[in-house]
Design a protein around this ligand. Structure first.
Ligand SMILES: [Zn+2]
Length: 328
């Protein structure tokens, strides 16, 4: 994935900090232990001396090789003695080595010349965080979704309140059990019925479970992608790439964007590519299925109908009702 220069700088600074922390922790551990068990400090010095001795012996050749063997034995027995002491005071064997966050790359970010998984994770999460930074994720939660604003009576079938209670339960379960096998969701219904609230609640919960989630409104993302596409900087297409690759994409307010050939093609590319990669997507829209067909054509609307679980939001504008309730 093509990340920006700033993102790599951020990644390197995180790794630097982790290495410094590991080194600092080791220093503190030594200070604490060596004062109560001085033999451990002696062992460290002796190990250092065997290291120098080994280098000298290896360079002198001939008789040196015989010496080298005994130095190695000495080194191993010192390490064994140290492990024994640590064990006797109830500490792990490796307590006197740097406690790196990642044992694979020792917080260098690289293993065998390639970026380590830990480094990839830092870059990915920060890229998602930056994309989501405009979204009030902390404000919405399943627990503050208020069903009392939905009507309890209906002309036929279940009331809006019952329908919304089912949708709330479905979304909560979806968020708690989210995996790459989770279905795509299409939230539709008039404006102000809680689609944004519930999709934000899902985003928050899925992020807390450690997945990479991108959340945002279709108009914002599409204009950002268009800007990046025509500016041709080194960050070229970064937003689109991230949206194609994240674990869960939540696209709010589809249909509110200024519609052009470019936006329709981009929506199709996003939906189709994520379906092929089997990465879940949640789309919310105020449009009806006929309006979606008219706006995006057959290719997009047939995918929305065929590959997305529909959730119909019922009731009257909740935002309006809340405002009225606050005034009265
Ligand atoms: Zn690593």
């Amino acid at each position: 994935m093509a990340y920006s220069k700033e993102l790599f700088e951020y990644g390197r600074s995180v790794l630097n900090r982790r290495r410094q922390q590991a080194s600092q922790s080791l220093t503190e551990r030594k200070q604490e232990l060596y004062s109560s068990i001085p033999r451990l400090a002696q062992i460290e010095n002796e190990l250092l001396l065997t290291g120098y001795g080994a280098i000298r012996a290896a360079m002198s050749g001939g008789q040196g090789l015989q010496q080298l063997k005994s130095i190695k034995e000495k080194n191993l027995s010192l390490q064994q003695e140290r492990r024994g002491i640590l064990q006797s005071v109830g500490l792990p064997e490796d307590y006197l080595t740097e406690p790196f966050s990642c044992s694979i790359c020792r917080d260098t970010g690289y293993k065998d010349g390639k970026r380590c998984q830990c480094y990839e994770k830092i870059l990915r999460e920060e890229a998602f965080r930056r994309l989501n930074s405009q979204t009030p994720l902390s404000l919405c939660d399943f627990s503050n979704f208020d069903l009392s604003y939905y009507p309890v009576s209906a002309e036929a079938g279940p009331s809006p309140k019952e329908q919304m209670a089912n949708i709330l339960q479905y979304c909560r379960h979806y968020a708690q059990t989210f995996s790459f096998a989770s279905p795509n969701l299409l939230m539709s219904g008039r404006t102000g019925l809680g689609k944004t609230h519930l999709s934000l609640s899902i985003a928050k919960s899925v992020i807390e479970n450690g997945f990479g989630v991108i959340y945002g409104s279709a108009p914002d993302f599409l204009s950002q992608i268009e800007r990046e596409r025509f500016s041709r900087t080194e960050n070229d297409l970064q937003t689109l790439e991230l949206m194609l690759a994240c674990d869960l994409l939540i696209l709010d307010d589809l249909g509110a964007e200024f519609s052009t050939t470019f936006t329709c093609a981009t929506i199709y590319q996003l939906m189709n590519s994520r379906l092929n990669k089997q990465l879940p997507t949640i789309i919310s829209t105020n449009l009806t299925s006929q309006e979606l067909l008219k706006l995006y054509g057959e290719r997009v609307s047939s995918r929305l109908i065929g590959s997305y679980v529909p959730l119909f939001f019922a009731g009257q504008d909740i935002r309006q009702k809340k405002e009225q309730a606050a005034l009265s």
